[in-house]
Design a protein around this ligand. Structure first.
Ligand code: HMG
Length: 422
């Protein structure tokens, strides 16, 4: 039996103790977890404007997750019940087979300078390409510290699109997400490009469509592990493959399919202090890259295995932005074993695939409501004002009711308390 079996049934303190032991967490992380330290006021006030305080969300963990032959625990920040449970269950099933693999295709960030009002676009394009070295040097002069770290501007591409001539710059940003690096470099190129092309620069900005930071996660699940009956296991695998084909042909289903993927991705991106809007924007653009919005993952049967694959752009950082400022983010990195940006990007893609598997498995078997409502009932009980000792009883009663809502939860709580008093 796994060390983490029944992890969710343990108390918060027992979970912390187990994690500290199994993942060798630092004293600082232990202190932050135990006292549930949040963002200090002084830092929060510098991160965003007009701040009034801080805003908390649950900080959870998926205890065991296998990627590229190594075991991890995944920190997750999410407000939605059943996401962490589903990812834990998915990771458990997939861990019984080979776990996940992830491949980082490339890790360059792209930015653009959009030029317009150019007298001769074709000529300007040739001039820009002829001056590639000068432009790359200019970009690097704009941000010498990334060059010192072994990164820097790598290539430019020029494309005419409608009335625009667009210069794309690709930069190796090392462990950063690169927004500041790219924006500084691009703004440093603007005047030169205007002089060279006799045109005007409309804007110079990073692109969140990070097609040169693609990551592929894959898993191969032995179909026999999907259910105790081999006929049901085979039927489940076939239905998951069918569900993946549905998400390829119907944008209405594709959006929900991808939302399920982002349940996992966003939770890990948020826990590690990364920019989830950037990740979402890039991945949704990628989902529509051939003109139709499609599911980002695919599931196929290959012999005795169900094979899942997910490729997405992941502009992920381990330094910069708010990463070094938020104490909980530091704990998240400690739980993950201080991964570099490539490993973290692989973990994030694999988490998306895992979350998608768990959702599809539930959808094509019991339906989503059974598991979801089991956990949602607990949230409603808490919202209704149930104490820790009352939550489980109210949640259980709530699931037997026709209307699982806040009103019912309040009524059940009132009845329970009246019975106790009587
Ligand atoms: P279950 O089979 O009742 O779980 O599933 P179980 O009680 O037999 O426990 C099995 C394992 O699940 C446990 O192993 C845990 O790993 C995990 P153990 O520790 O016992 O060895 N687990 C939990 N972990 C933490 N807290 C818990 C917990 N319960 C079980 N409370 C489960 C129950 C909810 C996991 C299952 O029904 C499920 O995976 N459902 C899918 C839920 C889901 O995807 N939720 C996301 C929100 S719905 C949505 O937004 C997306 C969607 O629209 C996307 C789409 O359409 O594609 C669905």
């Amino acid at each position: 039996m796994s060390t983490f079996s029944g992890f969710y049934k343990k108390s918060r303190q027992e979970r912390i103790d187990l994690l500290v032991h199994e993942r060798a967490l630092s004293e600082e992380s232990l202190a932050i977890l135990q006292q549930d330290h949040n963002l200090p006021e002084t830092i929060a006030g510098k991160m965003a404007e007009n701040h009034l305080g801080t805003f908390a969300l649950p900080f959870s963990v998926v205890p065991e997750f296998w990627l590229n032959g190594q075991e991890y625990s995944l920190p997750m920040v999410t407000e939605e019940p059943s996401v962490v449970a589903a990812c834990s269950l998915g990771a458990k099933i997939i861990g019984k087979s080979s776990g996940f693999t992830a491949t980082i295709h490339e890790r360059l960030m792209i930015g653009q300078v959009a030029l317009y009002d150019i007298p001769n676009s074709a000529e300007a394009r040739q001039q820009i390409l002829a001056e590639t070295d000068t432009i790359l040097n200019l970009a690097n002069q704009g941000h010498p510290s990334i060059v010192k770290r072994g990164g820097g501007a790598r290539k430019i591409q020029v494309e005419e699109k409608d009335e625009f001539l667009i210069v794309y710059l690709s930069v190796d940003v090392k462990e950063a997400m690169g927004a500041n690096i790219l924006n500084t470099m691009l703004e440093g190129m603007k005047d030169y490009l205007e002089d060279l092309t006799k045109g005007k620069a409309l804007m110079a900005i990073l692109s969140n469509y990070a097609t040169e930071s693609l990551v592929t996660a894959e898993c191969r699940i032995a179909i026999s592990t999907l259910a105790t009956s081999s006929a049901i296991a085979q039927e489940t695998a076939e239905k998951i493959a069918l569900a993946s084909r549905l998400a390829q042909v119907d944008p209405y289903r594709a959006a929900t399919h991808n939302k399920g993927i982002f349940n996992g991705i966003d939770a890990l991106v948020l826990a590690t202090g990364n920019d989830w809007r950037a990740v979402e924007a890039g991945a949704h653009a990628y989902a529509g890259r051939d003109g139709q919005y499609r599911g980002l993952s695919t599931w196929e049967i290959e012999g005795e295995e169900l094979v899942g694959q997910l490729t997405i752009p992941l502009p992920i950082a381990t330094v910069g932005g708010s990463i070094g400022l938020n104490p909980k983010v530091q704990v998240a990195f400690d739980i993950l074993g201080q991964p570099d940006a490539r490993t973290l990007a692989g973990l994030i893609a694999a988490t998306g695939l895992c979350q998608n598997f768990a959702a599809l498995r539930a959808l094509v078997t019991t339906g989503i409501q059974q598991g979801h409502m089991k956990l949602h009932a607990k949230s409603l009980a808490i919202l209704a004002g149930a104490t820790e000792a009352e939550v489980d009883t109210i949640a259980q009663q709530l699931r037997k009711e026709k209307h699982t809502n806040l009103e019912t939860a309040k009524r059940l709580l009132q009845l329970l308390r009246q019975e106790k008093e009587a």
